[in-house]
Unconditional design. Structure first.
Length: 76
């Protein structure tokens, strides 16, 4: 049986991904998740913690977060 890992916060970030020019697919979702965890410094697979930190950063500086995500994704 194959289990597809769904992140708990991706559905809230559709606009952020669009602004960062990142197309989320079933093939790259896990890699994007790891990039975001590294970007915000939260241990991988800590969904409530990562979502809390993402919301905080978006509230402080959404454009800065989008830019940092875009750069991190491009340089992976």
């Amino acid at each position: 049986m194959i289990v597809v890992s769904m992140t708990c916060y991706f559905r809230h970030l559709k606009e952020v991904f669009s602004k960062a020019d990142i197309k989320v697919t079933s093939n790259n979702k896990r890699e994007i998740d790891k990039v975001i965890h590294g970007l915000v410094g939260v241990e991988y697979k800590r969904c409530p913690d990562i979502w809390r930190e993402i919301k905080r950063r978006l509230a402080q500086d959404e454009a800065g977060f989008v830019f940092a995500l875009q750069q991190a994704w491009k340089s992976r």
